[in-house]
Design a protein around this ligand. Structure first.
Ligand code: OGA
Ligand code: NI
Length: 380
């Protein structure tokens, strides 16, 4: 295992002529083949930990100036916490959601109706998947994004400037869920249960967001934009040199809306008024954030905000992000057209974005890599 990251051994296999045709990083090692070797292990970052790697390999090093420092003064800001008291939705709640969607793009919900034991079990199920026998885990490893169940380290590994200290199990649960037996056995029951619960909470959430936009309560659901969802079970192993890398580099979500469950380790931050702000773990709460598609539909009224997860030398950290966006009935990237919602437009508020399809949008998202804005590409 340690051979994979031994710089001398990989480049000494090649003579000078060959190396010159291979893309090399500034530090002069054949980065791409190291990345590929890492991917070929099919065991993710957790595989490094299992093999007692004590240094963060160079492919994970990020050179962003504003990366991991936790020495910054504590911000006076904190993201809104909204109590929705299981279903009784009054005007004050709608007002709070509106304010959060307009000014923060992120908020935490308490009393959402999903029992705490279901949340705890979902975190545990994720842990059990990533910590199970490597030989079993490995069988799920694939980069085929059309698979309904996929285990992978870094979804766009080969497009990114550095590898994130994170592995994920992604499960596409709607509109067409995998067969029960396709789900990993260690977390099968809880994935099914959590999905049911999170779907029902999402429907309340979409009603709230519709109202917060000044639309009919059922508007977003009737448009069918939130019918599909994927559950991403993230695992951020403990990191021996957290200052050198990131758990999740800064990005916006490319969906309608995301519901995030995080454990108590912390590390999630959002960019608010040019400052990185912690999203503090609250046991039993769910974090909600607006994705790019909702920013587009709302004609920039609601904002999709950059966020990241710093690496830590405590952990593992576990989170479960459920991303809502719809595919067509066959589960393909749809021809459904996205454009600013007509009811929100007026002479004073003309459309900012042109029409796009989910297929076009997704293709662009993957082509440009994570971290730069997808939306600006569709501005009129
Ligand atoms: C994501 C994400 C944050 C986290 O999956 O898009 O931002 O805390 N996750 O894992
Ligand atoms: Ni995200």
């Amino acid at each position: 295992m340690s051979m994979i990251f031994n710089i001398e051994s990989s480049s000494s296999l090649l003579n000078m002529e060959e190396t010159s045709t291979i893309e090399k990083s500034h530090s002069g090692y054949d980065r791409m083949s190291e990345v590929k070797a890492f991917d070929d292990t099919k065991l993710g970052v957790q595989g490094l930990i299992e093999n007692r790697v004590t240094k963060v390999p160079p492919i994970f090093h990020c050179n962003e100036p504003e990366s991991n420092s936790s020495s910054k003064p504590k911000s006076k800001f904190s993201i809104p916490i909204i109590d929705i008291n299981s279903g009784i939705i009054g005007d004050d709640v709608v007002e709070k959601v509106k304010d959060a969607c307009e000014n923060w793009g992120f908020f935490q919900i308490i009393n959402h109706g999903i029992p705490v034991h279901v949340l705890d079990d979902m975190i545990n199920g994720t842990r059990m998947f990533h910590e199970q026998d490597p030989e079993v885990r490995k069988r799920y490893y694939t980069r085929d994004l059309s698979k309904k169940v996929l285990y992978v380290s870094n979804f766009s590994l080969f497009q990114e400037p550095y590898v994130n200290w994170r592995d994920s199990l992604g499960i596409s649960m709607a509109p067409n869920p995998p067969k029960d037996e396709e789900l990993p056995q260690v977390c099968r029951d809880i994935v099914i249960e959590y999905s049911k619960k999170v779907k029902s909470f999402a429907s309340t959430l979409l009603e709230l967001v519709s109202e917060a936009l000044g639309l009919n309560r059922n508007h977003l659901q009737e448009m069918g934009y939130g019918d599909g969802f994927v559950v991403l079970c993230h695992y951020y192993p403990v990191c021996p040199q957290p200052e050198l890398t990131m758990g999740n580099s800064k990005h916006t979500d490319n969906d309608l809306i995301t519901i995030l469950l995080q454990d108590q380790i912390g590390g999630l931050q959002i960019l608010h008024q040019n400052q990185w702000i912690d999203v503090p773990p609250i046991h039993g709460a769910l974090v909600v954030n607006i994705g790019d598609l909702l920013q587009l539909l709302s004609n920039d009224k609601f904002i999709s905000v950059q966020h990241r997860v710093i690496a830590k030398n405590i952990g593992p950290r576990i989170s479960v992000a459920t991303l809502f966006r719809t595919d067509d009935e066959a589960g393909n990237k749809t021809s459904k057209v996205f454009s600013p919602i007509k009811e929100l437009l007026s002479e004073e508020n003309p459309p900012i974005y042109r029409d796009t399809t989910l297929a076009e949008y997704t293709a662009h998202f993957y082509a440009k890599g994570i971290g730069t804005s997808t939306l600006s590409h569709f501005k009129l």
